[in-house]
Design a protein around this ligand. Structure first.
Ligand code: SF4
Length: 412
């Protein structure tokens, strides 16, 4: 007799999220038609400045993730390779550039009437996550003949000090003049304060949403988190995002109160370190659920928590928040953070995803997993794959390794 497969519980707020994401994309398209200014921004770039100046903001990494989730990316990457972008660099970049060269977008599958990504008036990056974003935006700057400007952040930072903050804050202030030119508007300090205040509210709610996963059983999975983080990425700084996370948080708190887990019969709890594998989200979610294992938390989803934002001191607080991010930090600071997360989320094990094309967010390559395992006694597993390039992934090997890892946890 076969055992019934455990149920994965659906989040009821998903409908509201889909609606605000649709409104966001239609608003971008409308901006292009009506001549409102459009900026493209990196996912942890200074979106608040852009939004406060009236720009509609598009995030190419969000588009890259959609290309991955729809599994269009693997076919698009070779088109970017053909114009000189290596298969070894960021596969968000190569998927996105490949899709642009082919004139296709996953937006057309999701939203009727949208057949291309609205064109930018300016591109704004922050190298806090990697250098690839600068090269990515340089491609579009040449294509569209628009400026690409940005912030160059220190990398491998231990403790973030005043000198780091001063340097990044001054660079953010220097963005204002070219942005005023691109939007044909004047910077309004009060508008920025309001936008940073709203971003902080969004961030606080998103953190509370993710923190509900510390409950046993957890009401949320990492796979839910990768979907529901959409508004925190593309709509932070708006009331829509604040309203959405208020609803989502209430639903999850209700689950915690009622002792309802996202994975029925949760036996083991894992932490995911590194990028998601977008084209396998559903498969992985089902596999872990069938093993009655919940991947409860991740450094990835936590990357859109900006607790330092302060509407009263927008430039310095943005500089600090965008530099204190996990991806910017030294291994020592990262290890301290992961230890705290392991403890807070009460995990039995850690999965490190070594993403072939993203060394910036693959933290297993310099002995971190071994050091943490030795210090905490909590076992870990490294899986080799990629965020978007499914040619870098062996499903069979990944599934076998994960199943063996869970068996190991059972034996413990
Ligand atoms: S951090 Fe990684 S996935 Fe993100 S843009 Fe940079 S290389 Fe690409």
């Amino acid at each position: 007799m076969t055992e019934d497969k455990p149920k994965r519980r659906k989040i009821m707020a998903t409908g509201q999220m889909k609606q605000i994401m649709a409104d966001y994309f239609y608003d971008l398209v409308d901006a292009e038609k009506t001549g409102k200014p459009i900026a493209w921004c990196t996912s942890v770039g200074p979106a608040e400045i852009l939004r406060s100046m009236g720009f509609r903001v598009h995030f190419p990494e969000n588009h890259g993730a959609m290309l991955g989730a729809t599994r269009m990316s693997t076919d698009m990457i070779p088109h970017a390779n053909a114009v000189g972008y290596s298969p070894d660099i960021c596969s968000y970049l190569t998927s996105d550039v490949g899709a642009y060269l082919q004139g296709v977008t996953p937006l057309s599958m999701a939203y009727e009437g949208i057949d291309h990504v609205p064109k930018p008036d300016i591109l704004v990056y922050n190298t806090n996550q990697c250098r690839d974003v600068q090269d990515w935006f340089a491609f579009y700057a040449r294509e569209f003949g628009v400026p690409s400007i940005g912030v160059h952040t220190h990398r491998g930072v231990g403790d973030v000090g005043d000198s780091h903050v001063r340097s990044v804050a001054r660079q953010m202030e220097d963005l204002i003049e070219p942005l005023e030119k691109a939007a044909d508007t004047s910077f309004d300090g009060d508008s920025l304060k309001r936008t940073v205040g709203l971003s902080r509210e969004c961030s606080d709610l998103w953190k509370k949403v993710l923190d509900t996963a510390s409950a046993v059983p957890s009401p949320l999975t990492f796979f839910d988190g990768t979907i529901h983080m959409g508004p925190a990425v593309v709509l932070r700084g708006t009331q829509d995002a604040v309203d959405y996370y208020t609803t989502l948080l209430a639903e999850l708190e209700e689950r915690v109160k009622d002792g309802v887990g996202a994975v029925e019969g949760e036996r083991f709890r894992l932490f995911w370190e590194g990028m998601p594998i977008w084209g396998r989200l559903r498969d992985h979610s089902m596999m872990f659920s069938n093993l009655r294992t919940n991947v409860v938390a991740s450094t990835y989803c936590n990357s859109w928590i900006f607790s330092q934002f302060d509407g009263a001191d927008p430039f310095n607080s943005m500089a600090r928040a965008y530099t204190e991010l996990f991806i910017v930090r030294s291994d020592k600071a990262k290890e301290r953070y992961i230890r705290q997360m392991m403890d807070f989320f009460k995990v039995d094990g850690v999965i490190y995803h070594d993403a072939k094309t993203c060394p910036n967010n693959s933290n297993n390559r310099y002995g971190m997993s071994e050091r943490l395992e030795e210090e905490t006694g909590i076992p870990s597993l490294t899986i080799n794959g990629d965020l978007n390039d499914l040619r870098c992934l062996s499903d069979e090997q990944t599934n076998t390794n994960i199943e063996a890892f869970i068996e190991g946890l059972e034996e413990r």
